[in-house]
Design a protein around this ligand. Sequence first.
Ligand code: SAM
Length: 281
Amino acid sequence: MNYRHAFHAGNFADVLKHLVLVRVLAHLQRKPAPFRAIDAFAGLGFYDLAGEEAGRTAEWQDGWGRLDEPFPAEIEALLEPYRAAVAAVRERHGESVYPGSPALIREALRPTDQGVFVELHPADAEVLRDRYNQDPRTKVLHLDGWTALNSLIPPPERRGLVLIDPPYEVPGEIERLGSRLARAVAKWPTGLFLAWYPIKDVAAVDRMVAGLDAALKRPALRLDLMIDRPDPTRLTSTGLVVVNPPWTLAEEAGLFLPALAERLARADYGAFRCEALGAPG
Ligand code: SAM
């Protein structure tokens, strides 16, 4: 297990993933019924952008670091909960911190909601435990995320989301994402699933998404962001499949994806994709 998210925290891929995560959490907050957010590959919870790892790659400067200038008002309205969550985490943990998914989830929990953070790396799981186990609403599990994905759903609340954000260190992880996601949706058809993927091997991602499109009996969205031309050797593009998306998300993504593609483009190339998959909603 060599992957360390501290080197990548706040990069363009985190911006897309975390913006969508916060929008989905805001949607869940609209009804009073409690929800559970399961983060199957949780990482450390939050990261210091002034720390050595973030400083070595400086990836955040081309992600979160490019969002300082405000966007037009209709885009800002969509970014507002994400910006507010980052500000709340900074208030709690320090001004140079960037939140990971557990910190963003924690900010969204009401007294009766639950967050479950799963992390397999022993040292990271220990850090997460220190950070989140005192809060009665959050629980840290030192477990394999793929096992957790199967065993923790459906949650007792029957309402909530699962974030699937593996490190893609081993070959075949894109294919595994597709098959495990389809299986998980079959087990919990009304759950909201967010599955993140890097786009290096474009054909492998397209095959995985086509498989999901055929297999899913539920509505889903493919949201991709390209900040440079596709390149098998470095991360220039990223995406998320969102199963059972909030009904407003496609329209929102039609606004924030082009804005992010333009703002985060590395040179003269920024692009996006927003496509419906699965059964119609
Ligand atoms: N979701 C986090 C966020 O948005 O802030 C980032 C997670 S990072 C991309 C992937 C994490 O999964 C790493 O912390 C890694 O140690 C952990 N990991 C790797 N293999 C795992 C497995 N089989 N089960 C659970 N966690 C795993």
